[in-house]
Ligand binder design. Structure first.
Ligand SMILES: NC(=O)c1ccc[n+]([C@@H]2O[C@H](COP(=O)([O-])OP(=O)(O)OC[C@H]3O[C@@H](n4cnc5c(N)ncnc54)[C@H](OP(=O)(O)O)[C@@H]3O)[C@@H](O)[C@H]2O)c1
Length: 272
């Protein structure tokens, strides 16, 4: 399966770990790519003028329409951290005492953050859905494992500041929009580019390219997921019509075959 001549994929969150790999994979598959970014200079340098650049912030609906003309698919891999960090963009840089308060008082930290999970993963994704072209061929969303297990360990801990609630709201906005969608729920992300601030990033965890790809449904899988394979799943989803209206989890487990067989992996999915 290949791209068609009129495909123009909008990658949102393109400067992030998964997003950069998605852009690379799209270019490798001859897709035309436009990225939506808050920082045009960063994106232009990062992608070496190989993509169109549109400036926008998913929290601000007014910035989104200019990115949409002729877009045929959207891949959304935006996100912020699950726990308070500078990516939450507080009005002023917190001092040590304020950081302690931010960590121990979720309601306080959420109220002070401009780029919290609620702002990005719930409201931002909902804004993006509302701005998407009516004739969009696919909206691919990078969500998270644990959406349906918010009361179980370790998801309860991960959701202490509402990241899973926010991702779920994003998923619901997409499903209710009537747009053709694919929702991908990765396990804990490993492999570079190391752009987020979680434990695996600090440890620079990687699969060594040795683990297979496992897909699941119903939110029962647990484990690490390579950003490389998550990005591949995003791009393969728009190449495979069978992934339309599918929600699936992805983790890395078991031995890796010489070539990951996406046709076979996707054939195991059932519509929800
Ligand atoms: N870390 C994990 O273990 C884990 C597990 C499951 C799922 N996920 C999800 O996987 C996805 C990709 O993760 P990642 O590590 O690749 O993320 P990342 O490196 O932190 O990238 C996040 C991207 O979102 C963009 N972004 C943030 N706020 C934005 C806003 N208001 N408007 C527009 N763009 C915005 C960032 O742009 P800037 O460059 O402008 O900041 C960046 O390009 C995220 O949705 C994350 O929630 C993560």
């Amino acid at each position: 399966m290949t791209s068609s001549f009129d495909d123009l994929v909008l990658v949102v969150g393109a400067t992030g770990g998964v997003g950069q790999l998605v852009v690379g994979k799209l270019i490798e598959n001859d897709f035309r790519v436009r990225v939506l970014t808050r920082n045009a200079a960063k994106a232009t340098k990062m992608f070496d003028n190989k993509v169109e650049v549109a400036v926008g912030d998913i929290r601000d609906p007014n910035t989104l329409p200019t990115a949409m003309p002729n877009v045929t698919q959207i891949i959304c891999c935006t996100g912020t951290t699950a726990f308070p960090s500078s990516k939450w963009e507080f009005e002023s840089e917190p001092n040590l005492i304020e950081w302690v308060q931010l960590f121990f008082d979720p309601k306080y930290s959420i109220s002070k953050a401009k780029n919290s999970p609620l702002n990005v993963d719930a409201q931002g994704v909902s804004n993006l859905v509302a701005a998407a072209p009516e004739n969009l061929r696919r909206f691919v969303f990078v969500s998270s494992c644990g959406i349906l297990r918010q009361n179980e360990f370790p998801w309860k801990l991960l959701n202490a500041y509402g990241v899973l609630d926010a991702k779920q709201k994003g998923e619901v906005a997409i499903i209710n929009s009537g747009l053709p969608y694919t929702i991908i729920r990765p396990g804990r992300l490993i492999d570079g580019p190391y752009t987020s601030y979680d434990l695996n990033t600090l440890l620079k965890a990687n699969t060594g390219g040795k683990l297979g790809v496992v897909l699941g449904q119903g939110d029962t899988l647990q484990g690490d997921a390579s950003r490389i394979d998550v990005a591949a799943a995003c791009v393969e989803s728009i190449l495979h019509p069978s992934t339309e209206r599918q929600v699936f989890e992805i983790v890395n487990q078991g031995a890796r075959p010489a070539v990951v067989d996406w046709d076979y992996l996707f054939s195991q999915l059932t519509s929800v």
